[in-house]
Design a protein around this ligand. Structure first.
Ligand SMILES: [Zn+2]
Length: 475
């Protein structure tokens, strides 16, 4: 068993409500941070700079002297990180583009084997790639030296493909920024960020941030912030973790174990009212948005084309200012996307916190050396599911639960085994005969065994795991 594997995970902390003045300062930094990144994207993502991105120092040095920082009045700690981040994104963009070009080259039937080999070699060597794109002299790579090639034609092809597929990155969101360790200090009260005024820090009260020594990402919310940062966790096997846990992941209760213990009791009921509320709200929103789109002359579905004009004076006003009045109505009715997203996010976070707390409690109390669960059931992937179905499945947290179990297993050096769910639901865990799932639970008419369906499933997982027919998960 691997015991010293380093795992990086992203941790998040949340501030309490912040004064308007603080939020305004943070928003200002985030706005400028975004401006700097977009400036770098615009200036350095072209072919002329393809060979100048590594090391980042070249670009950084130019950006230090271009006057933008002074113009924005942005502290260097933010400015330089924005530049580095943008350069990283541009490099990522080139990586994606090269992969795309490799595909296009493979697909191109007008190319010979040698043509393809040459083009792939050029793609691999950055200095040669840059020279080709900028029509500069270069030394023919060894691999291509003895080939008979129409180099001019191939280089033209490459230039053309790059021109066609090159996309300059851009950042629309201006509600976050990153800060390195020299841009903040922290203690048990919170975070003290470098601000625009020298020697005046921006204070953000956050519990648990004390001693932070990582690059932080500050994500702005309506009147608070979310702070994320990477943390390393060395997976270490715990001596007192010696049990095997057989767990059924349910819709009502989160986890039911074969020993009868339940973790995340009532998770389903925690999720459902919220799901319903959102669905109701969605319908209302959908109706008003449809009216809005209709006004704006954009029709989405045939159904929407037939939407009746709402009665009342709303549309009389709308006639005068076609877009504004409806927009206003959307906002007045609290149906603006911002508020909706915020509510959705809050509900999701609440549920995720509950899931995590209960999973931690399970690890603590059950002390597992190994956890056995069933593999996710993947139903007909090609099928185009309805919107309602997708919403339902994205809101039920089984995928999230599985990910968290897997992650916590790695964190605690616990082995995770997934077995097929076949037969875990309908078969009696006591005698192996086919039983019945009724409203009250699971009933076996052959042996008289009765239990909740979740307990029966968990016991079946134990039975199947012990009698074979299982596959080990290696990750
Ligand atoms: Zn039975």
């Amino acid at each position: 068993m691997k015991t010293d594997e380093i795992i990086t995970k992203t941790a998040a902390l949340y501030s309490g409500p912040l004064p308007d003045e603080t939020m305004e300062s943070l928003r200002g930094i985030a706005r400028d941070y975004c401006k700097v990144k977009n400036y770098v994207y615009g200036r350095y993502s072209g072919v002329a700079n393809v060979n100048r991105l590594t090391p980042v120092y070249t670009v950084l040095n130019e950006m230090r002297h271009c006057g933008l920082r002074q113009q924005l009045g942005l502290p260097a700690v933010y400015y330089e990180l924005a530049v580095s981040e943008a350069v990283g994104d541009i490099k990522g963009m080139w990586g994606v583009l090269r992969n795309r070009l490799r595909e296009l080259i493979s697909e191109n039937e007008n190319l010979s084997v040698e043509d393809r080999l040459y083009l792939r070699t050029v793609l691999k060597i950055n200095s040669v790639f840059a020279a080709v794109l900028n029509r500069q002299e270069y030394e023919m790579p060894d691999k291509a030296k003895d080939m008979e090639l129409d180099v001019k034609r191939l280089n033209n092809l490459l230039c053309r493909l790059v021109r066609r597929h090159l996309k300059t990155p851009s950042q629309q969101k201006n509600d976050f920024f990153t800060v390195s360790t020299n841009g903040y200090r922290s203690d048990e009260k919170g975070l003290y960020l470098t601000g625009r005024t020298p020697r005046r820090r921006i204070f953000i009260p956050v519990k648990g941030i004390g001693g932070a020594d990582r690059q932080l990402r500050i994500i702005l919310r309506e009147n608070s912030v979310r702070i994320t940062f990477p943390v390393d966790a060395a997976a270490r096997k715990r001596e007192d973790y010696t049990n095997t846990v057989y767990a059924y992941i349910g819709y009502g209760d989160m986890l039911t174990l074969s020993n009868g213990n339940v973790y995340g009791k009532g998770l389903g009921s925690l999720v459902t009212p919220e799901t319903e509320r959102l669905s109701e709200k969605n319908n209302e929103r959908g109706r008003i948005y449809a009216a809005y789109r209709k006004k704006a002359g954009r029709y989405k579905t045939a159904e929407e084309r037939n939407i009746e004009r709402p009665a009342g004076n709303d549309f009389a006003a709308a006639k005068e200012t076609p877009d504004e009045s409806l927009k206003k109505r959307l906002e007045e009715n609290n149906l603006g996307r911002k508020k909706y997203d915020e509510q959705k996010r809050r509900a999701r976070e609440k549920t995720q916190n509950f899931i995590n707390a209960e999973l931690n409690r399970m690890f603590r109390e059950e002390k597992p050396e190994r956890i056995v669960i069933t593999r996710p059931v993947t139903k007909d992937r090609a099928k185009n599911h309805s919107k309602a179905f997708n919403r339902k499945t994205s809101r039920n947290f089984r995928g999230y639960i599985r990910d968290q179990i897997a992650f916590k297993c790695r964190l605690n050096a616990v082995e995770m085994t997934e077995i097929s769910s076949k037969g875990t639901g309908s078969i009696c865990s006591n005698c192996g005969n086919e039983g019945k799932r009724v409203k009250e639970g699971f009933i076996c008419e052959a042996c008289g065994y009765r239990s909740s369906t979740a307990v029966n499933s968990a016991r079946n997982i134990e039975r199947i795991a012990k009698t074979g027919g299982m596959k080990h998960r290696t990750e």
